[in-house]
Design a protein around this ligand. Structure first.
Ligand code: NAP
Length: 312
């Protein structure tokens, strides 16, 4: 006989009903992790969709009304909107509630949110390292967090009990959970996510300028490496604007290092230094192998894409 599923929270309230909130809501429902799911989004249309597709049991026009009586409040809005939401919900939070967020930058969110958290409520910041280039309530799926990392960056006011409970939620949604300091999180993310996104945006921008000369070729031959840049560069403009504005120092640090490396390769190409290029590419190939061995990506060629005739 299988043990009955025990919900971790009674009532979970999501503020912002886009990709991450909808994926969490679907996963929470699938695994029976909460008794009730409440939602708020600033857009009437998004709130209506959330009800229509069954993400939420109930939606509210204001963030304050949505968090009344919730055990867990999950802030799923762009990083730049976290502070204003925290201020709006503060008077409505239940004593003993836990507020968390899913923002891609942690120090700026902690600065914006922590000051508004009333006594008797805890704040445990979190960041799931999972996403797609799609946005909105229809883009979510329950398996988004399977075998992905979720990083918790507890603050001085995060109690061990609330942190452990939130960790259990993420683990039961299929994520691997680690805890780290918020500043360290922001530096690591600048390396593995934020700067690579900036480079993708830039490369697509370069092709856009070239496209004015040979537009049809940029589209026609985009099945090679450029296609992966275009996928990343299609990511939500609001979200990424906020990431770069709020993780400024770490991104500028990594971007400086990136520029130095680029000059090393540029010089090797100019000087015809094949040994330098070969040694460099051997090192980077080993990193890719490490990612596959850690189970963070597939070893299948072209990320396991099924090649259709049109893809060429
Ligand atoms: P999303 O799909 O664009 O959803 C965000 C939602 O928040 C939208 O429905 C938006 O409404 C709503 N919203 C914005 N400002 C609001 C406000 N002041 N009050 C109420 N609702 C508001 O974005 P997402 O990808 O889920 O990202 C949400 C958070 O997760 C961000 O902080 C992001 O950094 C983080 N994150 C994203 C990813 C990723 O890959 N996408 C991964 C990990 C973490 P409108 O549609 O009307 O603007």
């Amino acid at each position: 006989m299988t043990a009955p599923v025990v919900p971790i929270y009674d009532r979970v309230a999501f503020i912002g009903l886009g990709l991450i909130a909808s994926s969490m809501a679907l996963s929470i429902r699938q695994f029976g992790l909460a008794r009730e799911i409440i939602g708020h989004d600033k857009s009437d249309e998004t709130r209506a969709i959330a009800l229509e597709i069954g993400l939420c049991d109930c939606v509210f026009d204001t963030a304050g009304a949505a968090v009344e009586g919730a055990d867990l409040v999950v802030l799923c809005v762009p990083v730049g909107a976290m502070g204003e939401i925290a201020a709006a919900i503060a008077p409505h939070l239940k004593q003993g509630a836990c507020v968390t967020d899913v923002g891609s930058v942690k120090q700026a969110v902690i600065e914006a949110v922590a000051a508004h958290i009333p006594a008797g409520v805890v704040f445990v910041p979190a960041h799931p390292l999972a996403g797609t280039e799609h946005s909105g309530p229809r883009s979510g799926f329950a398996t988004l967090f399977q075998n992905r990392w979720c990083l918790l960056t507890p603050t001085k006011t995060s109690t061990p009990e609330a942190t452990a409970r939130l960790r259990a939620l993420w683990e039961r949604m299929g994520a691997n959970v680690d805890e780290m300091d918020a500043a360290h999180h922001d530096l690591v993310l600048a390396v593995v996510s934020h700067t690579p996104h900036l480079i993708a945006y830039t490369m697509v921008g370069v092709a856009d300028h070239l496209g004015r000369v040979s537009n049809s070729e940029v589209i026609k031959y985009s099945a090679s490496g450029f296609r992966d840049f275009t996928r990343i560069a299609a990511s939500d403009p609001t979200m990424w604007r906020d990431v770069f504005l709020t993780n400024k120092d770490a991104v500028l640090d990594i971007l400086g290092r990136f520029t130095e490396e680029l000059f090393v390769l540029q010089r090797a190409i100019r000087m015809g230094d094949g040994d330098e290029l070969y040694a460099y590419f051997m090192r980077t190939r080993a990193i890719r192998r490490g990612i596959i061995e850690a189970g963070q990506d597939t070893a299948a060629p072209d990320f396991g894409r099924v090649v259709t005739k049109k893809d060429g």
